[in-house]
Design a protein around this ligand. Sequence first.
Ligand SMILES: Cc1ncc(COP(=O)(O)O)c(C=O)c1O
Length: 425
Amino acid sequence: MEFSASFTLDQGRRPCDQTKEESRLHYDFDRPISREGTGSIKWDGRLARFGAADVIPLWVADMDFPAPQPVLDALAERIRHGVFGYTKTGEDYQQAVISWQMRRHKFAPRPEWLCHSPGVVAGLSLMVSAFTRPGDGVIIQPPVYHQFKAVLTALGRQTVFNPLQYDGERYTMDFADLEEKARSAKLLFLCNPHNPIGQVWSREELTRLGEICIRHGVLVIADEVHADLVLGDVPHVPFASISEEFANHSVTCVSPSKTFNLAGMQTAVAIIPDARLRQDYDRWLHDYHLWGMNPLAVTALVAAYNHGEEWLDQLLAYLKQNVDLACSFIQNEIPEITVRPPDATYLMWLDCRPLAMEGDALERFFVQEAGLGLDGGHQFGPGGSGFLRLNAAMPKSTLLAALEKMEHAIRYRPTSRMHAPRLDG
Ligand SMILES: Cc1ncc(COP(=O)(O)O)c(C=O)c1O
């Protein structure tokens, strides 16, 4: 179902409609760029996170690529203006967000539904504060983005697990368990597409989930920050686009941060169709004085959504090559690990259970024996131990170097029987 926006949008805009200058751009994702010394958590945070400053970082979910040229140009122009006072958003911001959702996802939020969120996770915290009370239950579906639980724990809410089921190939939702858990919960954090498993949820799965939540009065917070990064053939379905009822029983979190590698800009959009929920959310946003916008973030968001499409299409092709490269390398060279290409995201979910290393032992093994900084799956909650999350958004040469180190460490690990080097020549 689509909802009509109240002003005209350039929803028909396609790459072929872009200006001549834009359409000439060819992006070189192969070029390594040093991020060291920029305050990058992924790079400059390696020592603190892994106890080693020289691991190849395959953790934090951002990319080692510069943002689209039109974004850099718009930022340069905004900086040339030179005045960065208190900033609010206008119609150009609303139009950029709505037009993007319509073009890419056939979802048409109304302008008044858009609320500022100083990052998706900060928005989740505000929503938990606004829509629940301490002690209330909030459902999450592990293995899932670890900050979901962190937010709930910090705010004294009860985390209710509705674990995903894994058949060795794909994950499915456990609807019978959800029906049970929904009886006593207030909210559900939906990860759509799902980090770390990289799956896009189908319309049927989302519909079943939504029907259960509505039946039990559970509000769905749909975190759709990875929605623009679909690599396979299965399209992303925005939860709120399924029906007007679903829209009114949900909040959708979107952001240009993952899509255009703008995570440090700390800006996101909470799409809240229900007027009362919106009022409650806005009250918390104002009480914490978080309503102000960073002028550079606004400029970046508008430029990205209006002019970043050509870059994104080239990026998606590059990411697809990277995940395919990693999958075939692992299939051919590391039989101990199973992986399938993600439907969406540049995050790869490696099933390392045959290595028999649980919890953080797996992560430590790759730091010490391979010089790689990966996220251990145990961080993502029940069902994650024995897995690793690998971020593949980097130049191919770096990815290949990391995969070779991974293969070498496993082949020559002390307990390896299958691949131990023959000492007798
Ligand atoms: C599902 C999900 N939500 C939110 C975030 C972070 O969003 P933000 O940086 O806007 O808080 C991430 C980052 O990895 C994520 O994977």
